[in-house]
Design a protein around this ligand. Structure first.
Ligand code: MV4
Length: 444
């Protein structure tokens, strides 16, 4: 097992990794930017190294500085968390070349899944259904029109280097297609340095359902239950739950088998998520995330497995702790962001003047915030993840409403009041929602 893990991240996920390390008897090394000198991950880790100025590009994204920090502290592994360098194949490769384990899949797998057109091919070859669409990157406008005619409108253009909604365009007829294709490609080139575009049939009312998997060196792939992440605004998730109110036991079994086949096809190691679009009982692979995700706690609550510990064990070459996790109960997570829903979700950095965290039966809060903490303006605006667990959805919903009401955060604007409103919505309460829910909800 690893002796010392450097955490190349900040915020709540850095704390989450430190907690797993502590329980496993592993030393932890925090890295931090000048803006994070008073952050809890710096205080809670066994050691901490300042890696540079506030801007991410000078600190949490600066590969040489992070590798140097690992070398001077004799860390034998690096945990990237989510965001920042978590899905950077070059970083994973440089860790390995420096004799430091990267806690994640091998660099080839990151590349294979990070290129979304290549991922579609990999998944189709593994026998898992993908949406009808182009066989790979579309070379020009004429090919885009040809492919769209074959697939049928509406279609969606996606950047092969994108993911998570960046650089997408929905096209309803051939008149828009040539222009949309050119614009999408130029945008993708600017955003990702890769203008490659592929095309798929567009589903108007899908659910976003994802399956958590864990892969091990002995070849075993453990699948967990699904998470329903349909409640999003501009591709930012606001609330996630497990199980999905829309997934039957039969569909769950099928989705878990499909996700396992995808992971097996790439000999997946560590924590991964296979995202599907589900509509009218049909499901289609969308993309695979090769990292631990923000919303992993809902899977932890319903499986009673510590996914961080399993991820670390898997990367250290150990066998799975539990071959067949039992799924029991219902978990919901609200992402509490320092943003103002009344002002178009503008970030609201600054000093948290009062902070009271809810507790009691079935409540978990993953946060790095405290009273007096100053949220820096340089990073994402997640302040806390509030997770409610209950025997069934009804109980989890009641606990979440109760806990949101108890949560006191003063000094910055937060999304709490919006999440309270979502939890009072009758359609949401009935489990009757899809990825278009937030659009309708915000226009009510
Ligand atoms: C789609 C889709 C409908 N059809 N692809 C958004 C995030 C990115 N990963 C892909 N996304 C979508 N892809 C096809 N073929 C609808 C979305 C989508 C969406 C997906 C999940 C959650 C919220 C969403 C909101 C708008 C669009």
């Amino acid at each position: 097992m690893f002796k010392r893990i450097l955490i190349a991240n900040r915020g709540e996920i850095a704390l989450r990794v430190i907690r797993a390390c502590r329980e496993m008897g592993i030393n932890s090394v925090a890295v931090y930017s000048q803006a994070d000198k008073d952050a809890l991950h710096v205080k809670f880790a066994d050691e901490a190294v300042c890696i540079g100025p506030p801007r991410s590009s000078d600190s949490y994204l600066n590969i040489p500085r992070i590798i140097s920090a690992a070398e001077i502290t004799s860390a034998d592994a690096i945990h990237p968390g989510y965001g920042f360098l978590a899905e950077n194949a070059q970083f994973a490769e440089m860790c390995i070349d420096s004799g430091i384990a990267f806690i994640g899949p091998d660099p080839d797998t990151i590349v294979r899944m990070g290129d979304k057109a290549l991922a579609r091919k990999t998944v189709a070859d593994a026998g898992v259904s993908i949406l009808p669409g182009s066989a790979g990157i579309i070379k020009d406008e004429n090919e885009a029109v040809e492919q769209a005619e074959l697939v049928g409108y509406p279609v969606i253009l996606k950047a092969t280097a994108g993911g998570g909604g960046k650089g997408m365009r929905v096209v309803h007829s051939s008149t828009d297609l040539s222009r949309s294709f050119t614009m999408a490609s130029v945008e993708a080139e600017m955003a990702f340095g890769n203008g490659g575009i592929y095309l798929e049939r567009y589903l108007e009312h899908p659910r976003h359902i994802e399956i958590q998997v864990m892969g091990y060196e002995d070849g075993s792939i453990i699948s967990y239950g699904e998470r329903d992440c349909s409640i999003q605004r501009r591709h930012q998730k606001l609330l996630e739950e497990s199980p999905s109110p829309a997934v039957t036991p039969e569909l769950r079994k099928t989705l878990r088998e499909a996700a396992t086949n995808v992971a097996r096809a790439v000999k997946y190691i560590g924590a991964g998520t296979i995202e599907f679009l589900v509509e009218g009982g049909e499901f289609f692979f969308m993309e695979m995330n090769t990292r631990i995700q923000v919303e992993h706690p809902v899977s932890e609550m319903v499986s009673q497995v510590d996914l961080l510990k399993e991820q670390i064990r898997a990367s250290a070459g150990e066998k799975p702790g539990n071959l067949n996790p039992r799924l029991e109960g219902h978990a919901i997570e609200c992402r509490i962001n320092a943003e103002d829903p009344e002002r178009g979700f503008m970030p609201s950095p600054g000093k948290i003047t009062a902070f009271h965290v809810p507790g009691g039966m079935g409540i978990r809060v993953d946060t790095h915030a405290y009273a007096g903490y100053i949220i820096p303006p340089y990073y994402d605006s997640l302040i806390a993840k509030l997770i409610a667990f209950g025997a069934d959805r009804q109980e989890a919903l009641m606990r979440m409403r109760r806990a949101l009401d108890e949560f006191i955060i003063e000094g910055v604007s937060t999304t709490i009041s919006l999440q309270e409103k979502i939890l009072r919505d009758s359609q949401f309460a009935d489990g009757n929602f899809d990825t278009t829910f937030m659009e309708h909800f915000l226009n009510k």
